[in-house]
Design a protein around this ligand. Structure first.
Ligand SMILES: Nc1ncnc2c1ncn2[C@@H]1O[C@H](COP(=O)(O)OP(=O)(O)OP(=O)(O)O)[C@@H](O)[C@H]1O
Ligand SMILES: [Mg+2]
Length: 345
């Protein structure tokens, strides 16, 4: 029986249990409570229409997706133009990726990171799929201008892993005309990725956006967060992968231009809070707001674990996600080598 809303993960009242959603959550995602969260097509029909509609569609990315809009009967249907939502079913090789992405995005929201509106909807055959409302669309078909960091670097798409977060952060500073608040937002997203073991935060998974009316060459902000996943949780048998690296190197060696590891990273064999403070320093962000964010992660530990518990991931995946998050919280709590040495005495 459905107990938690497939959008907000809040508890449902007896009446809402039949619907599977809180009405407020339906309104937040679809702008109305009368849009049906039940797709009028099955998973296999998805793959057929996804081929048909992929021509001329502007959503890139590796995973198969479908652009949807609301039809006259308030049903979500595939469209080649004017899509309002993006539908991502779980790929065959990654069962429950939809449920995994949904909870990762909920945690991002919980931590105060602006995050794309999203939820779970079901195919006609009952399987859940991830849906997100497009953040680059305004009313009447108008679009907001956005660009991902790969485009901003102006490098080919095979090179989406070929920069460090330090270089990416400096680019964010440059293309926003020096907005430190946006760089701090960028840093929080890198820390969040580490927290949940998202090891695919490459250059196409960050985008910058100009708000409506901005005619300058600078961007105002990052788009809402998207494509967050507990990657390690797919691997439900076997040990946690290596030392938990990120998709890109964190720091740049100023001498040889390669990835650089801090003394702390070499000591612990994985990133700790110290590395993210160092990244901040190199990007001109003082340590105070970074430590504040790390403190907030610790203060919200129980809330995060509770959300994972309420999520639609299978039990084994929840356990894996919980264990990883606890480990990463411990690592992020290390913010000074000196303080750790004093603690050990
Ligand atoms: N809510 C949204 N609104 C507008 N654009 C979005 C939204 N979510 C994702 N996108 C865009 O669509 C692209 C593909 O989406 P996403 O990154 O979720 O898919 P993916 O196939 O998992 O990507 P990857 O190639 O990283 O595996 C993103 O790079 C981003 O530019
Ligand atoms: Mg992506």
């Amino acid at each position: 029986m459905t107990t938690y809303c497939k959008i907000s993960l809040n508890s449902l009242t007896a009446k809402e249990v039949e619907v599977g959603y809180k009405l407020t959550a339906l309104r937040n995602l679809f702008g109305s409570t009368s849009v049906s969260p039940h797709l009028p097509f099955s998973r296999s029909e998805f793959f057929q229409s996804s081929r048909q509609h992929s021509q001329g569609m502007s959503i890139s990315g590796v995973q198969q997706k479908l652009s949807l809009k609301e039809n006259d009967h308030r049903k979500l249907t595939p469209t080649a133009t004017g899509g309002e939502y993006i539908l991502k079913p779980s790929p065959e090789s990654f069962p429950n990726a939809a449920e995994n992405e949904h909870i990762a995005m909920r945690l991002s929201t919980l931590l105060g990171i602006e995050t794309a509106f999203c939820g779970l909807v079901d195919f006609a055959d009952g399987e859940l799929a991830f849906i997100t409302r497009r953040f680059d669309r305004l009313d009447h078909g108008r679009k907001l201008h956005q660009e991902d960091l790969l485009q901003c670097f102006d490098i080919p798409s095979d090179n989406k892993y070929d920069k460090t977060y330090e270089e990416a952060g400096k680019l964010v500073l440059e293309v926003t005309g020096g907005k430190k608040a946006v760089v701090l937002d960028f840093l929080r997203r890198v820390i969040f990725s580490y927290l949940i073991g998202n090891d695919d935060l490459h250059l196409k998974n960050f985008s910058v956006q100009r708000q409506h009316g901005n005619t300058s060459r600078y961007y105002d902000k990052l788009t809402p967060n998207y494509d967050c996943l507990f990657c390690d949780a797919f691997n439900t048998n076997g040990a946690e992968k290596g030392s938990g690296q990120l998709a890109l190197g964190l720091l740049l060696d100023p001498e040889d231009g390669d990835e650089q590891f801090s003394e702390a990273q070499q000591h612990y064999g994985s990133y700790t809070g110290i590395d993210f403070i160092e990244l901040g320093k190199r990007l001109g962000i003082p340590e105070k707001p970074i430590i504040k964010f790390i403190d907030q992660l610790h203060n919200k530990q129980a809330d995060m674990l509770n959300l994972i518990h309420r999520s639609y991931m299978p039990e084994a995946m929840k356990e894996r996600a919980t264990a990883l998050l606890e480990n990463r919280l411990r690592a992020l709590g290390i913010i000074s080598l000196k303080r750790q040495a004093q603690k050990a005495l």
